[in-house]
Design a binder for this molecule. Structure first.
Ligand code: 5GP
Length: 122
């Protein structure tokens, strides 16, 4: 599978500072910011700065430095938000079946209340 990256997606515009974001953390290769429509008291999106559509695209083609930076950025957000006490959920939607709205890789970090079971029946 080859992925075509659309550089007009909303997160690409955030990375180019064409639209604002509420930044939680910025690193060399990653950006974390609050979701505009939070689904939980903590709802942070973490994105790589590179043009990756979804998680498998990133995992298959990003450099080791990008992957290490991204993984560490997720860990740092969890630390900044104190999520080691009550836990959290990490979600990365991909494609149609994953119901991915924005075609730039992002993980959702959700926390701050009991989040219920992982999946609902469709
Ligand atoms: P997806 O369904 O692609 O996994 O999730 C996309 C997420 O991006 C949604 O939770 C949505 O609220 C969030 N989102 C969409 N547009 C914006 C925006 O302009 N700014 C921010 N901070 N979040 C956005």
């Amino acid at each position: 599978m080859t992925y075509a990256y659309d550089d007009q997606n909303i997160f690409a515009k955030i990375l180019r500072a064409e639209i604002p974001n509420d930044t939680v953390l910025e690193t060399e290769h990653s950006l974390a910011f609050n979701d505009i429509q939070p689904q939980a008291p903590v709802h942070v999106l973490v994105i790589p700065k590179g043009p990756y559509v979804c998680y498998d695209h990133f995992a298959q083609t990003a450099s080791d430095a990008e992957i290490a930076d991204y993984t560490r950025a997720i860990g740092e957000v969890c630390k900044l938000k104190g999520l080691d006490q009550d836990g959290f959920r990490l979600i990365s939607n991909a494609g149609d079946h994953g119901v991915q709205e924005v075609p730039h890789l992002h993980v959702h970090i959700l926390a701050g209340r009991p989040l219920g079971r992982m999946l609902q029946k469709a």
